[in-house]
Design a protein around this ligand. Structure first.
Ligand code: ADP
Length: 194
């Protein structure tokens, strides 16, 4: 087994994060948790890249659809369809449009249990339901009903890999191996105790 301290995860600062001048704020949240930045670039993604990214996990369509339907029904709002695949298809079209609308910043962060630690720091998908103290909870007020009313995707500043396997596939999609740096931070001896 790979030591958990070497776990890597993919984070993408979405166009709303760049446009709202929150790049430094977002990065500092991961730095202060003790994670190590091992790759980063600014780029404009194309639709093919975004579709590839969101279909790496064959289960993603069903899960995003189910989560969206529940998010609306919990607020007493009827979704446009109760079929998760219909919802997912519209989400992917809207995501493709939004995530290609301006520069994004993909990054790879490494450290102890980085996938779950980063998801905790980022907060839940729908910002209005995200806990205070998380990136989405502190800086965004968007919701499924607002996104649905305006026929756009939920704006929530960042993408973060959901599982370790997803992270491996996503990192391979966004970065070449020579773009990922191997180095030791001085503070690792304090954090990991060697
Ligand atoms: P997360 O980014 O928290 O992992 P998902 O993978 O479920 O969430 O969804 C990917 C992205 O699609 C979300 O971050 C959000 O920007 C957008 N999204 C998800 N569900 C909806 C929806 N019902 N309507 C509009 N946009 C959505």
């Amino acid at each position: 087994m790979t030591h958990p301290k070497n776990e890597q995860t993919l984070i993408i600062i979405k166009p709303d994060g760049v446009q709202r001048n929150l790049i430094g704020e977002i990065i500092s949240r991961f730095e202060r948790a003790g994670l190590k930045l091992v790759a980063m670039k600014m780029m404009t993604a194309d639709v093919e890249m975004i579709k590839k990214h969101y279909t790496l996990d064959p289960e993603w369509m069903r899960l995003v659809g189910e989560k969206s339907i529940k998010g609306l029904l919990d607020k007493g709002i009827e979704p446009i369809s109760r079929d998760p695949m219909v919802i997912a298809q519209s989400v992917i079209e809207r995501l493709s449009k939004y995530l290609t609308s301006g520069p994004v910043i993909p990054m790879v962060w490494q450290g102890g249990h980085s996938v779950s630690v980063v998801r905790k720091i980022v907060g839940s998908t729908e910002p209005v339901m995200s806990d205070v103290g998380t990136i989405r909870g502190d800086f965004v007020l968007d919701s499924y009903p607002m996104a649905m009313a305006d026929k756009r995707c939920v704006r929530n500043l960042v993408h973060a890999s959901g599982t370790v396997d997803e992270a491996i596939n996503e990192i391979n999609l966004w970065f070449t191996s020579d773009e990922i740096k191997e180095y030791t931070l001085a503070n690792e001896s304090v954090i990991y105790g060697f």
